[in-house]
Design a protein around this ligand. Structure first.
Ligand code: DQA
Length: 152
């Protein structure tokens, strides 16, 4: 059987605190719950998942660089780095795979400094405000992209 394409899912700073971090904004699911749900969904749609979290900008940059030639797609919730990191944007612009940006909260309903995301400049699409469901929807979208791109 051919190997399932791997989708790298990268989570940025403070997302390791999900579950106890402001549940009204981010929901009650822990990051481990989200990972479990992503693995389940990926299995159903023929994808494999490499799920990671880091509080360090440089580590995230390295992961994105290393994914070139290896990952079939990237789903990224860069947390607060979305709004500040030109280094992550630069790494994303070198990506040879589709990028989907996810945020649990609706960043457009919050403080004005969250309304701009550097990640968006390199993303095929953005899902925000749908809580942990956003990750699963991003996986579905990724499966669709990979299918249509194979057919072209
Ligand atoms: C977030 C939104 C960011 O503004 C915030 O800094 C986060 C989480 C979200 O998933 O809603 O850490 O990316």
């Amino acid at each position: 059987m051919p190997k399932a394409p791997t989708i790298l899912i990268v989570n940025g700073p403070n997302l390791n605190m999900l579950g106890s971090r402001d549940p009204a904004l981010y929901g009650r699911d822990s990051l481990a719950d989200i990972e479990k749900a992503c693995r389940r969904r990926a299995g159903e749609i023929g994808l494999a998942v490499d799920f990671r979290q880091s509080n360090h900008e440089g580590e995230i940059v390295t992961w994105i660089q290393e994914a070139r030639g290896r990952a079939a797609g990237l789903i990224i919730n860069a947390g607060a780095y979305s709004h500040s990191s030109i280094a992550i944007l630069d790494a994303l612009q070198l990506a040879d795979f589709p990028v989907i940006e996810v945020h649990l909260s609706n960043i457009f309903r919050r403080e004005s400094y969250r309304r701009h995301s550097y990640v968006s400049e390199a993303a095929r699409g953005i899902i925000c405000g749908l809580g942990s469901l956003g990750y699963r929807l991003a996986l579905d979208a990724m499966a669709q992209f990979l299918k249509t791109e194979k057919e072209v």
